[in-house]
Design a protein around this ligand. Structure first.
Ligand SMILES: Nc1ncnc2c1ncn2[C@@H]1O[C@H](COP(=O)(O)OP(=O)(O)OP(=O)(O)O)[C@@H](O)[C@H]1O
Ligand SMILES: [Mg+2]
Length: 268
């Protein structure tokens, strides 16, 4: 079972956007994918329709131990399902973080999900509160979005500190890489920030695709859909996630093939 946590110390750097659009890309490439929102603010639901934002979800699964099948929302895509955050009152947020911190509840979720999904993706809240640490403990891999803006690379070092601390506690989650987000190649500050990341970390740690800053993301969240579903002919930026999914398949060794997979003849 492959479990990818999308994690960053910094808020607003594109974690939820990446989690949602990458889940769609994996599903379209044939991987049965479950996107799990672990952010008490319910960011995944807020990016989608009201039905997802208002639904029961992870909070109910954790508190009442409801079977996963009762809280997961199927989507119109055969290979994509979503577990929204569910209902958490503001005053219950610290308790929710505490309940997730040891990784047991999310570990149980992963075990149950293994029967039906190839891949679980955790969207996490920014920082290293209980929900994020719990997601890291239950994950096999971690992806870290880094916003291409001044000082961005500073926050990245915190991720590696947390991974080192987890390793000392016998939790081996493998970094699949840093993903530059909101990149503006024509803006000096943004380009310089990207260059700091490209130059400051080993080449194999920085993913080749980068997510450009693009107004399509605003249009997509207003419409309550991933950018790939904005229209029948999605904007070019949607392709970044296909490229990213293809690269991550290799890095996460998600290489199980269908028995009949292989070259497809163009003409009989
Ligand atoms: N590449 C992009 N181009 C333009 N806007 C973007 C891009 N990525 C994300 N956004 C917008 O930036 C805002 C923050 O993005 P998002 O919610 O994905 O970040 P986050 O890291 O999940 O935030 P939080 O830390 O609050 O969970 C959203 O309004 C989103 O639509
Ligand atoms: Mg978010």
């Amino acid at each position: 079972m492959t479990v990818l946590a999308i994690v960053s110390p910094k808020g607003g750097c594109g974690k939820t956007t990446v989690a949602l659009n990458l889940s769609l890309a994996f599903a379209r490439r044939g991987w049965s994918t479950l996107l799990v929102d672990t952010d008490p603010q319910g960011a995944v639901g807020l990016s989608l329709t009201r039905r997802v934002a208002d639904a029961r979800g992870l909070a109910e699964y954790v508190a009442h131990r409801r079977p996963l099948g009762e809280v997961v929302i199927a989507t119109r895509l055969e290979n994509l399902a979503i577990l929204p955050i569910g209902h958490i009152a503001i005053q219950d947020t610290p308790g929710f973080h505490a309940a997730l911190a040891d990784g047991a509840a999310l570990g149980r979720l992963v075990e149950e999900a293994a029967a039906a999904y190839h891949l679980v993706i955790f969207d996490t809240p920014s920082g290293f509160g209980g929900a994020t640490v719990g997601a890291l403990r239950a994950a096999t891999h971690v992806l870290c979005p880094v916003q291409a803006e001044p000082l961005a690379s500073r926050s990245v070092t915190q991720v590696f500190e947390v991974l080192a601390w987890l390793r000392d506690n016998e939790v081996a989650v493998e970094p699949v890489g840093l993903l530059l987000t909101m990149l503006q190649l024509r803006e000096k500050d943004s380009l310089e920030a990207a260059e700091t990341v490209w130059g400051g970390f080993p080449e194999e740690l920085v993913l080749e695709p980068a997510v450009p800053r693009d107004p399509a993301f605003l249009a997509a969240s207003s419409a309550g859909v991933p950018v790939g579903l904005l229209s029948r002919r999605p904007p070019p930026v949607a392709m970044v996630f296909d490229k990213l999914a293809a690269e991550l398949e290799q890095r996460m060794r998600l290489t199980e093939k269908e028995p009949d997979d292989g070259p497809v003849a163009l003409v009989d």
